[in-house]
Design a protein around this ligand. Structure first.
Ligand code: SAM
Length: 278
């Protein structure tokens, strides 16, 4: 069966190159090229953009990114078995795909790309959360990337976009929403993947804000938020008492009732509290 880019269908690619999915590498592949094109489009316009793709696997999403017009794709894949399949894609798109074999957690690939940069990935879930936190906490802001379009397990996606007052609201929501506009752009059932994982997934699209939504020192904000949510059922005056004897006054000055709990407090007030402690 012909495909849009003239390359073999992904099931054939997997068969030819013996890419049986390995659990240890979190391999749940997307084999529907219509779906991977849709995910690529959800990243925004790709013409004139360099793209960092982490974990291309057999290359379904990579093909989507190239077919949708990415100027250049740098793809980092840990599993050497995938390299021949990715090489075939590189040949079909001369000069536009570079593949690096290695662990995406080991090095900084962004330095190799020219802005504007979009990051797109369908990654194992644990690696995805770790990379997300790194991408959201660079030395300087704004970061080198302008958008992130990442697959997460649905429950993690909901934690990222959660609002105050909900169970899902916590450190991840505050970190993501402080410096980006984050929204869920697609939901995927387990059957979208081969093999199907046990849980549903969702794609989250993040746009980097030119500067954080409210001023605060990143380290102080992280510390306050971590302390507040580590004991999320406690009143804040108790959860944060390690921050000093005058914590009640500081809470009040930041507009936070000392008897409130962390999940009731919005980002603006956490930033005000961090400023008073910074
Ligand atoms: N993007 C492909 C797709 O959508 O079909 C593959 C997705 S699969 C969920 C995750 C991919 O990430 C696998 O190909 C796996 O080998 C790769 N991977 C796992 N850990 C990695 C790491 N630390 N660095 C780079 N790639 C990794």
């Amino acid at each position: 069966m012909a495909t849009i880019d003239g390359l073999p269908p992904l099931r054939a690619v997997i068969g030819t190159h013996g890419l049986s999915a390995r659990k240890a590498l979190g391999q749940n592949f997307l084999l529907d090229l219509n779906l991977t094109a849709k995910i690529a489009r959800s990243a925004g316009a790709l013409e004139g953009h360099d793209v960092l793709e982490v974990g291309p696997g057999p290359g379904g999403l990579t093909r989507g990114l190239l077919a949708e017009g990415a100027r250049r794709v740098l793809a980092v894949e840990k599993d050497p078995r995938c390299l021949p399949a990715l090489e075939e894609i590189a040949q079909a798109y001369p000069g536009r795909l570079e593949v690096v074999q290695g662990d995406a957690l080991a090095g900084d690939m962004l330095a190799r790309l020219e802005p504007p940069i979009r990051i797109v990935a369908n990654l194992p879930y644990n690696v995805g959360t770790e990379l997300l936190v790194r991408w959201l906490t660079p030395q300087v802001w704004p970061p080198r990337w302008s958008t992130l379009t990442l697959m997460f397990q649905r429950e993690v996606a909901e934690r990222i976009v959660a609002r105050p007052g909900s169970k899902a609201y916590g450190r991840l929501a505050l970190l993501a929403q402080w410096r980006t506009e984050a929204r869920i752009v697609m939901s995927l059932p387990p059957e979208a993947f081969t093999p199907p994982p046990k849980i549903s997934s969702a794609v989250v699209h993040f746009t980097a804000l030119p500067e954080p939504r409210y001023p605060a020192d990143p380290k102080v904000l992280e510390r306050v938020v971590a302390m507040a949510f580590n004991q999320r059922r406690k009143m804040l005056r108790a959860a944060l008492k390690g921050l000093g004897p005058d914590i009640e006054d500081r809470l009040l000055a930041a507009g936070i009732p000392p008897t409130a709990r962390a999940e009731e407090i919005d980002l603006e007030r956490f930033c005000a509290l961090a400023r008073s402690l910074g």
